[in-house]
Design a protein around this ligand. Sequence first.
Ligand SMILES: C[S@@+](CC[C@H](N)C(=O)[O-])C[C@H]1O[C@@H](n2cnc3c(N)ncnc32)[C@H](O)[C@@H]1O
Length: 242
Amino acid sequence: MEAVRDDGAQPLTHHGGDDGDPPMLSSQALEALKEFLSEQKRALVADDDTTVDGGGSQEEVALVAEDWRLSQFWYDRETAETIAREVLTLCESTGSPSVVCVACPTLYAYLKKIDPNVSVQLLEYDKRFEQYGSEFTFYDYNQPEELPSSLKHAYRIIVADPPYLSKECLEKVTQTISFLMQPGKSYLLLLTGEVQKDRAAELLGLHPCGFRPQHSSKLGNEFLLFTNYDPGMRLGGWEQEQ
Ligand SMILES: C[S@@+](CC[C@H](N)C(=O)[O-])C[C@H]1O[C@@H](n2cnc3c(N)ncnc32)[C@H](O)[C@@H]1O
């Protein structure tokens, strides 16, 4: 007897039993397996799988399922689109589309959706994003400069969303940012909790913007978007200390 996957893939069979009959799953195990597979099918949607809202043309990018053990909280669509459009505006104004996304895979996916030709490098710990091929670089913030030398001082636009809200994590991500940026020339956008406001100012000279990033799963911490440049009227303006 075969336990058949509901996704049309090969049946799960195991022909190792002494009597020649494959082992059977209990009905509860089979139900759990089916539920797991259909959840995976919903979550592991390729980038070209889109949902269309009532207005007609706007598309939502679907990513792999969040893994909370890796502190993964994906932006909601409005947030991802707002930051992606800001990055593309910076690309246009600098004439230099060298963009790196540090631990923000949703932004990478939206950038590619809006402008498939934009050249972006994604630095990420989660190897499921190897699906992005040569634009994926494995990154562990605990080894902040263990990166290919070709990335050193290579980026005019850097967006980072560190996995944790600790001092140690922001200090290490700051080391990575210094490795990636062109001193005095790079535009930096940091998304992190409000609790990091003073450290973001001390370590990187960043100020919060009026725009409030939101996530598809509701978070308890207030998130802010910090920049090292004045965005003018964009991103809800720049909140500078008086
Ligand atoms: C707070 S989430 C930011 C994701 C962002 N909101 C988005 O929607 O793309 C933090 C990211 O850090 C990654 N991460 C987890 N552990 C990490 C590590 N040790 N080093 C670097 N990145 C890590 C997670 O996979 C996740 O993409």
